[in-house]
Design a protein around this ligand. Structure first.
Ligand code: ZN
Ligand code: ZN
Length: 653
């Protein structure tokens, strides 16, 4: 959580819903003061999905108090009071604070201590303003909605403790959370979505459906896919390979590690170092010999220093010799890093062969495995992991080819969205901040400008749904993050797309142009299916584990009614036929009752069940049951099998 005070620019870009939610936090404070007039307030900003206000109060607020507080909030909203803005001098603001009049309904015996502290931290040239609704006056830079009545629907959701300014040396406050919307319907939809999202939680379904696991001995953030989960990854990979093949990509394969020198060239070191695993040091060749010598010397010197009195000047000399030996030892060897990105390896492959303009665009693809160091507190199911398999590709092109290539990439995204039934998406076009050139972003002001302009034009002309976000680009170029909403309206960032003018230079990538002059290609990094980890996490929640047939871990389960040997033979012959066509089919020929078998298959969300009884066998038929749809009746075996194969081939929803 960002505890910093919002800048004026950030305030100016507050969205309508953020204004509404921030206004609701004033109403919350008003209500709390009606019940506990002594309450002291700190900060009350809008946050993702709601708002909070930090309050210092002897009474411990619990969810049992919410009804009472909400009733007071409702009164304040019903009164439809205007939010009035008053600008005051610093002295006036301090005076009110000392009288306890800030974030209060009236003057009080205790000063408004947090508000006084906040005033101290307002830059001297900034205007100080108050906002008033009814008797409640708060120190606030705004903005707000016009009247309390504009808050259509709200609900308090939670109370937690939080240190003032996030610092544990400061007093502990109670953070009361709520959410607010323009209408009651939006509020209801939001809570319905939260309920549904809980049921669909990919961590819960991942366990229940035996898709993936974590293990302490393997390490946090390092998911392993069980066979049922691996199937989904394989199917996605197959989809990517087919699609990319059709779009003129070529596949490559690269190792998971590389020497430090490569990441210095790419700029990942130092720009990206915090996100990489620490290096492995390999001592070999001449280094090995030197290492042995140093080690021997070190032992000798340590031994002799042990006989010296620490007062002896020789002792000090010996200690500095030892330190020198140790530092030389540490500098020996080659550092190897686990790759955090596939790009540098792919650039090396571009450079491995002389390239001419005739070879461009060159599109190198790989489902590459990368390792990223994420703080353990940030790890979350499959969404935030330390090992990831990425639907990666790097496209190298001339500037003239950029528009067509970038459009084709976007087209590929949109086709995937259609296939997965993703109706709502947004591309966040992240650009650089000129003030941070050379720190956060490579110091190439002209190239930044040119590339961002080119990218912006393509996005505009293609009519794609996008927003522009400053200061969030990758260090080597503008970036497009793709956010998608699952069917229940939950938001996921699933993919990225980057335009890179910097790495091809660092790697000295060149192609011979028509005019016989060596030129540097532009590179697009793209990963429409993101990583297996995050995309599968998304799909689990999107489909609630009810995968379409082509993605289903178990596509067909054959259930026999009874265990008559002739019936079992018939069922097995169907199994054999399905498997011969690569259908993931299983058979349940146990002697359990058919209802039990159906229930077990339903529980594992098996897509299609063939229920085989004596009558089916005699008619060379099968009775079909589809998960979530129930019985579809008996059909000729040949027809059913052909249907299944066609649905899989067409990746029918
Ligand atoms: Zn305010
Ligand atoms: Zn890349």
């Amino acid at each position: 959580m960002n505890e910093e005070r919002k800048t004026l620019e950030q305030r100016a870009t507050m969205t309508d819903i953020e204004r509404l939610r921030h206004s609701a936090s004033h109403v919350l404070a008003t209500a709390i003061l009606k019940i506990w007039p002594e309450a002291q307030f700190a900060a009350g900003p809008p946050v993702e999905n709601g708002f909070y206000y930090d309050v210092d109060l002897p009474h411990r607020i619990s969810p049992d108090d919410f009804e009472k507080i909400e009733a007071e909030m409702k009164k304040e909203i019903k009164a439809n009071r205007p939010f009035e803005r008053v600008e005051v001098s610093r002295d006036e603001a301090l005076e009110l604070g000392k009288k306890g009049r800030l974030a209060a309904l009236s003057e009080r015996s205790e000063p408004s201590k947090y508000k006084l502290d906040i005033i101290e931290n307002i830059p001297p040239d900034e205007t100080i303003s108050l906002y008033r609704n009814g008797d409640f006056i708060d120190l606030c830079a705004g903005p707000h909605v016009m009247r309390t009545g504009n808050i259509g629907a709200f609900k308090l959701t939670n109370v937690a403790s939080a240190y003032y300014k996030g610092d544990e040396k400061n007093p502990q406050l109670q953070r009361v959370y709520g959410t607010a919307f323009k209408t009651k319907k939006e509020l209801d939809d939001y809570f319905a979505m939260i309920e549904e999202a809980k049921k669909r939680d990919h961590r819960k379904l991942g366990r229940e459906l035996e898709l993936f696991v974590f293990d302490d001995d393997v390490g946090p953030g390092l998911p392993m896919f069980l066979p049922r989960g691996a199937v989904i990854a394989e199917e996605l990979e197959k989809l990517a390979k087919e699609t990319e093949f059709g779009a003129g990509y070529q596949r490559v394969r690269t190792p998971h590690i590389a020497r430090e020198s490569m990441y210095k060239k790419s700029g990942h070191l130092p720009y990206y170092e915090d996100s990489m695993f620490p290096p492995m040091i390999l001592i070999e060749g001449a280094d090995e010999q030197r290492h042995r010598e140093l080690y021997r010397d070190l032992l000798v010197r340590r031994g002799s220093s042990a006989f010296l009195n620490s007062e002896d000047p020789l002792h000090e000399l010996e200690m500095s010799n030892i330190a020198e030996l140790e530092s030389e030892m540490r500098a020996l060897g080659t550092k190897y890093y686990l790759k955090a990105m596939n790009c540098p390896h792919h650039h090396k492959l571009f450079a491995a062969v002389p390239r001419s303009y005739r070879d461009l665009p060159l599109r190198l693809a790989e489902y590459g495995t990368c390792y990223r160091y994420e703080q353990s507190g940030e790890l979350f199911g499959l969404m935030r992991v330390r090992s990831l398999q990425m639907n990666d590709a790097h496209l190298y092109m001339t500037p003239e080819q950029f528009e067509a290539e970038f459009n084709a990439v976007n087209e590929m995204y949109l086709n995937y969205f259609k296939l997965f039934g993703i109706d709502k998406y947004l591309m966040r076009f992240s650009t650089h901040d000129p003030a941070k050139l050379g720190q956060k972003f490579v110091d190439e002001p002209e190239l930044w400008k040119k590339t961002e302009e080119m990218t912006r034009n393509v996005l505009k002309n293609s009519g794609i749904n996008y927003v522009e976000v400053p200061n969030e680009a990758a260090f080597y170029g503008p970036k497009i993050d793709v956010q998608a909403w699952s069917v229940i309206g939950r938001e996921f960032s699933i993919a990225t797309n980057q335009v890179d003018f910097s790495q091809p230079r660092n790697f000295d990538l060149r192609y011979k142009d028509r005019d016989n002059i060596d030129k540097i290609p532009i590179c697009i990094h793209r990963a429409p299916l993101g990583t297996h980890e995050r995309f599968i996490g998304f799909l689990i929640e999107h489909y609630a584990g009810n995968f379409p047939l082509w993605l289903s871990p178990e596509q067909v389960r054959i259930l026999t009614i009874g265990d008559d040997p002739k019936l079992i033979d018939y069922a097995r012959s169907i199994l054999k036929e399905l498997r011969a066509h690569q259908v993931r089919a299983e058979i349940d020929e146990s002697s359990d009752k058919i209802n039990g078998k159906v229930q077990r298959a339903e529980q594992m969300k098996v897509h299609t069940m063939f229920v085989i009884g004596k009558r089916d066998m005699e008619a060379d038929a099968v009775s079909v049951r589809v998960h979530g749809k129930g019985n579809l009746g008996a059909k000729p075996r040949g027809e059913v099998v052909a249907d299944i194969l066609a649905a899989i081939r067409k990746r029918r929803a």
